[in-house]
Design a protein around this ligand. Structure first.
Ligand code: AMP
Length: 114
């Protein structure tokens, strides 16, 4: 088992998800509780619990996650814009301890967030 959290189980195929992108380094799937018309999660297949555990060797992977976000934003019709969010640990609002990037769009998104 990769790790005992829901995203590790999705990577291992142990629980279902609405997957829209799958490559050697990452997976993307629709959020089960969408906060916008488009709300997708992009996650690395490597076990990285939180944003602040990234290291220099993860640089190319972080770049890849961002480029997948660009590709998916295009495919999902977000030409007018979108938001990328990475919540980190408790005060950042992170609930699943596996690094993930939220890709959200399809409506105006306000600032600042709550
Ligand atoms: P965060 O609060 O940044 O850790 O985001 C976790 C996100 O995962 C939330 O937006 C949840 O709605 C979403 N989520 C939790 N379980 C699942 C699941 N099984 N499939 C898809 N999204 C999920």
């Amino acid at each position: 088992m990769l790790a005992d959290n829901i995203f590790a189980k999705i990577i291992e195929g142990k629980i279902p998800a609405r997957i829209i992108h799958d490559d050697a380094h990452c997976l993307a799937f629709h959020d089960v509780h969408p906060q916008a018309p488009v709300h997708v999660l992009i996650i690395p297949k490597k076990i990285i619990p939180t944003h602040d555990t990234l290291t220099a060797e993860d640089g190319p992977l972080v770049g890849h996650l961002n480029l997948v976000a660009v590709k998916l934003a295009g495919e999902l019709g977000l030409a007018d814009g979108y938001r990328l969010v990475i919540n980190c640990k408790d005060q950042g609002g992170q609930t699943v301890p596996h690094l993930h990037m939220h890709l959200m769009g399809g409506r105006p998104l306000h600032w600042p967030p709550g």
